[in-house]
Design a protein around this ligand. Structure first.
Ligand SMILES: *Cc1c(COP(=O)(O)O)cnc(C)c1O
Length: 475
C-alpha cells in the first residue's frame, strides 16, 4: 500500500538498505555469477554518475535528445571496432543480451521470408534467449547437438538442422554453460552456402575474448570478420563491466538492421519509431556504459583481461587437483564449469561453499551434460582466487562427507506426473516447504534438495515448476 504521506529521502534510503540485507554481494568477487566487478571502485563511480546524469532522458525520441544518438554511435562504434566491424557497421544499443538476441532473430525472420513457419538451428548449449525469441516471435527451434567431450556445436549436426524454412543459424562465442567457443568459421560458412544468416551470440564473450587474446590466450575466430557471420551480440553489462541494461547487436548489412527496427503510424498519436523492443526508456544505461568504456579505455580492459586470464588458469588447474572434481571441456574464455564424480554431489557442494561465503552457480544436467557448478571469473577474481579454491576444496570434502542431497522418496516421480494446474498456490508452497524452500522470502542458502529434484525431472516439467515457483514467490 502506498503511504498517505511522502517520506524523507534518508528514511527511504535506510529502508532500502534494510531490504537489501538478504541480497548477495555485488562487489568483491565472492559471487561468481550475475555481477561483474572490476575491483576499481572509481570506474563504477564514473558509471553511476553518468547513469544518473542521463537518468531522465528518454531514448524514445532521438530527435528530441540528440545526446542519445551521439553516445549510442560512440558505444556501437567501439564494439564494432573490437568485433571485426568498421566505422559504418550498423548496430543497436539494447537493454541486454536477451533484447539483442530478440532483435537479431526478428531481423532474420523479416529480412528473408520463407514459405512455412520460420525456423532456427540452435545448439543445445545456446542461451535460452533464443527459445524466448522463438516463443515471442513465432519461430520453431531445431536443436543442434554439441560434441560430448569439447561441448562445441557439431558442424555436421548444424548442417543437418538447416531446412528450407530456416531463417537463422546460431553459434555461441562462448556458450555460457561450459565457456567454449563453437566452430564459428565452419558453421557460418555452411550457413552462407545455404543462403541462411548466421548469428554469433557473443553476449558474454564479445567484450572479453578480444582482450583475452591480447593478454595471450588462444582465441578462435568468432567475430564479424568471419565470412558468413551476419550478426553478433555483445553485452556491455557483462565483461564491459557497465551497469545492467547495456548490450549491443551488430549487423553485417544495413538492410538487416532495418529489419530489426519497428515503426508504426497506425494510431492518431505521436509517430512511433523503435530500434528496440522497449519504447520509452531511460538513457541511464547508455550513459553508464559510455562512461565505463571511457573510464577504463583499452589499457584498463587489457589489464583486467590479464588478471582474468591468470585467475582462470589458476582456477582450472586448482579445481583439477581437487579429488573428485573435473572441469568440463577446455574453457576458451573465463567461464569455468566443473562436475563431481559419483560420490560428490555438486549441489551439496554449492550449499557448502555458500556457508563459507562463496556463491557458485548450479547448472542442471541437460542433453547428456552432467550437473555442474559454474564460475564466471572476472577482473576482481584474481585477488581472491586462492581463497576461492580453498573454499571449493573444503566444500567438496564436506559434500563428500554429507553424501547426495536427501530427496524425499518418490517426489520427482510424483512431480513428473502431477497436473500442476490443478494444484493451488498453498499446496505448492507446502510442497516447496517439504524440500526446505521457504517461499516467504529471505535468502535461500540451502538449495541442494531443490536442485536435485529439478535435476531428476524432464525440461518441460522443470519449466512448469519454475513458472509456478515465480508466481507463488510474487504472491
Ligand atoms: C547473459 C547471456 C545472454 C543473455 O543476456 P541477458 O543480458 O541476461 O539478457 C545470452 N547469451 C549468453 C551467452 C549469455 O551469457
Amino acid at each position: 500500500m502506498l503511504a498517505d504521506h511522502g517520506r524523507p529521502v534518508d528514511e527511504l534510503l535506510a529502508e532500502l538498505d534494510r531490504l537489501r540485507r538478504g541480497d548477495l554481494a555485488v562487489r568483491g568477487g565472492t559471487v561468481t555469477a550475475y555481477v561483474y566487478d572490476t575491483g576499481r571502485p572509481e570506474v563504477h563511480e564514473a558509471a553511476a554518475r553518468a547513469y544518473l546524469a542521463m537518468l531522465e532522458v528518454n531514448t524514445l525520441d532521438p530527435t528530441a535528445f540528440p545526446s542519445v544518438v551521439a553516445m549510442e554511435k560512440q558505444v556501437v562504434g567501439a564494439v564494432a571496432g573490437l568485433l571485426g566491424g568498421g566505422p559504418d557497421t550498423p548496430g543497436i544499443f539494447t537493454a541486454g543480451g536477451t533484447e539483442s538476441i530478440m532483435l537479431a532473430v526478428k531481423a532474420a525472420r523479416d529480412a528473408r521470408p520463407v514459405g512455412g513457419r520460420p525456423r532456427m538451428a540452435v545448439p543445445v548449449t545456446a542461451h535460452p534467449a533464443f527459445h524466448k525469441a522463438a516463443h515471442y516471435l513465432g519461430l520453431a527451434v531445431d536443436p543442434v547437438a554439441v560434441d560430448p567431450v569439447t561441448f562445441r556445436a557439431d558442424p555436421a549436426a548444424a548442417a543437418a538442422a538447416v531446412t528450407p524454412d530456416t531463417v537463422l543459424v546460431v553459434v555461441s562465442a562462448p556458450s555460457y554453460p561450459q565457456g567454449v567457443v563453437d566452430p564459428v568459421p565452419q558453421i557460418a560458412a555452411m550457413a552462407a552456402g545455404r543462403g541462411v544468416p548466421c548469428h554469433v551470440d557473443a553476449c558474454v564473450g564479445g567484450w572479453l575474448l578480444p582482450w583475452l587474446a591480447e593478454a595471450g590466450a588462444a582465441v578462435p575466430p568468432f567475430d564479424l570478420s568471419v565470412p558468413g557471420v551476419t550478426s553478433i551480440s555483445c553485452d556491455l553489462h557483462k565483461f564491459g563491466y557497465a551497469p545492467k541494461g547495456a548490450s549491443v547487436v551488430l549487423f553485417a548489412d544495413p538492410a538487416m538492421r532495418r529489419a530489426a527496427y519497428f515503426a508504426s503510424a497506425a494510431w492518431p498519436g505521436y509517430t512511433v519509431i523503435n530500434a528496440t523492443v522497449q519504447s520509452s526508456k531511460s538513457a541511464g544505461p547508455l550513459g553508464g556504459a559510455w562512461a565505463t568504456l571511457g573510464a577504463l579505455g583499452r589499457d584498463g580492459y587489457r589489464e583486467l583481461a590479464r588478471d582474468t586470464l591468470a585467475a582462470t588458469r589458476r582456477l582450472v588447474d586448482g579445481i583439477g587437483r581437487i579429488p573428485g572434481l573435473r572441469v568440463l571441456g577446455e574453457p576458451d574464455a573465463s567461464l569455468v564449469a566443473f562436475a563431481g564424480d559419483g560420490g560428490l554431489d555438486v549441489f551439496v557442494l554449492a550449499d557448502e561453499a555458500r556457508r563459507r561465503g562463496w556463491f557458485l552457480q548450479p547448472q542442471l544436467s541437460y542433453a547428456g551434460i552432467p550437473a555442474n557448478l559454474h564460475v564466471t571469473v572476472t577482473g576482481v577474481t584474481l585477488a581472491g582466487v586462492e581463497e576461492m579454491l580453498a573454499a571449493i576444496a573444503a566444500a567438496a570434502a564436506a559434500a563428500r562427507e554429507r553424501g547426495p542431497a536427501p530427496v524425499p522418496d518418490g517426489l520427482a516421480e510424483a512431480l513428473a506426473t502431477m497436473d500442476l494446474s490443478a494444484v493451488d498456490d498453498a499446496t505448492f508452497a507446502a510442497l516447496a516447504a517439504s524440500v526446505g524452500v521457504d517461499l516467504g522470502g529471505g535468502g535461500q542458502p540451502e538449495m541442494a534438495v531443490v536442485n536435485a529434484v529439478l535435476d531428476a525431472l524432464p525440461a518441460v516439467t522443470r519449466e512448469a515448476i519454475l513458472v509456478r515457483f515465480l508466481s507463488v514467490l510474487y504472491g
